[in-house]
Ligand binder design. Structure first.
Ligand code: PBG
Length: 335
């Protein structure tokens, strides 16, 4: 709580005094970004000896499972606490139910096993969501033209258990089906994975800012002109975000996420103030690529703009930040 005590006013009070020198600015800084706050999303795809650039996300790459290990190792050595692994699925393996999602030998599980084997002390986060695996690009099973909730939740439970068996430490349901947190918690516990954490994408909005990600995981073409407005939230709403978070916490979420990040800093603040739960911001692909594009044009200083954006999440109340800029930020923080 901020108390606004009466101030003497100008000229007795001069707000610029504390800004005069770097050392006072450091002393009075209210928020700080640290490497401990960062989660780095990384892309995986089937294959061997493969590191290919993601066209829509300059500086980000898709790795085959054998090559992702070295990249994760670098993140670990930089001090990044956790990575989030996202798969690009070959078109031939996609079907309407996203069956490849529950294949214990899919590229994602293969990558997770190798990562945990080589680098056991870094946290590994995997989405529970069907969209990289479905032929229609939606996060659930479609019947009668509608993404079916309860059938999808059953598949998400299976997917979560398969990923936990591969060694995943945190299941991050990003699908926005109702009731999935409680169901996944039960499914994990029943298989002895009571230590596996759930990071709920609790307030996830139907956003245009996911476009570069959908290119990276190859779901853009599958989804076509369809949108996800029957399950992801309407950008107009913020009270609804609090209800979503309340439900997910009641169902057993260990951490909650607000996504996207920068256009929803108000939501992060409200969620943090209302619940005081571990709150994570997702600085999504579109936010990353906008800065990259502007920097490539020479229109802004990428490092400064990026660090300013990441600090804004701390100011808004986020405890941690998923960001494609995690490695760049960690390097800058190290200097
Ligand atoms: C999958 C998923 C998406 C993102 C993370 N998990 C895309 C979507 O819901 O369409 C977006 C991440 C980003 O844009 O960086 N459900």
């Amino acid at each position: 709580m901020v108390v606004h005590f009466p101030s003497a006013g100008y000229p007795t009070t001069r707000m610029r005094r504390n800004r005069r020198d770097a050392w006072t600015r450091r002393l009075v800084a209210e928020n700080k970004l640290s490497v401990d706050d960062l989660i780095w999303p990384i892309f995986v795809r089937a294959g061997k000896d493969l590191v290919e650039p993601v066209a829509s996300m300059p500086g980000q790459f898709r790795h085959s499972p054998d090559r992702i290990v070295a990249t994760v190792q670098q993140a670990y050595e930089r001090g990044i606490p956790a990575v989030a692994i996202f798969p690009l699925v070959e078109p031939g393996l996609k079907d309407p139910k996203g069956s490849e999602a529950v294949n214990p030998d899919n590229a994602l599980c293969d990558a997770v096993r190798r990562i945990k084997d080589a680098c056991p002390d870094i946290g590994v986060i995997c989405d529970a969501a069907l969209d990289p695996f479905t032929s229609h690009g939606h996060d659930g099973v479609i019947e009668n033209g509608y993404v079916q909730n309860d059938i999808t939740v059953e598949l998400l439970c299976q997917q979560s258990v398969v990923q936990a068996r591969a060694g995943c430490d945190v299941i991050a349901p990003s699908d926005m089906m109702d009731g999935r947190i409680g169901a996944i918690r039960k499914a994990l516990d029943a298989e002895g994975f009571d230590h596996v954490r759930i990071l709920s994408y609790a307030a996830k909005y139907a956003s245009a800012y996911f476009a570069p990600f959908r290119d990276a995981v190859g779901s853009a073409a599958n989804l076509g002109t369809a949108d996800k407005k029957t399950y992801q939230m309407d950008s107009a709403n913020s009270d609804e975000a609090l209800r979503e978070v309340a439900l997910d916490l009641a169902e057993g979420a260990d951490m909650v996420m607000v996504k996207p990040g920068l256009p929803y800093l108000d939501i992060i603040r409200r969620v943090k103030d209302a619940f005081g739960a571990p709150t994570v911001a997702y600085n999504v692909s579109g936010e990353y690529s906008m800065l990259k594009a502007a920097a490539i044009q020479g229109w802004l200083d990428y490092d400064r703009a990026m660090m300013e954006a990441l600090l804004s999440f701390k100011r808004a109340g986020a405890d941690a930040i998923l960001t494609y800029a995690a490695m760049e930020a960690a390097e800058l923080l190290d200097r």
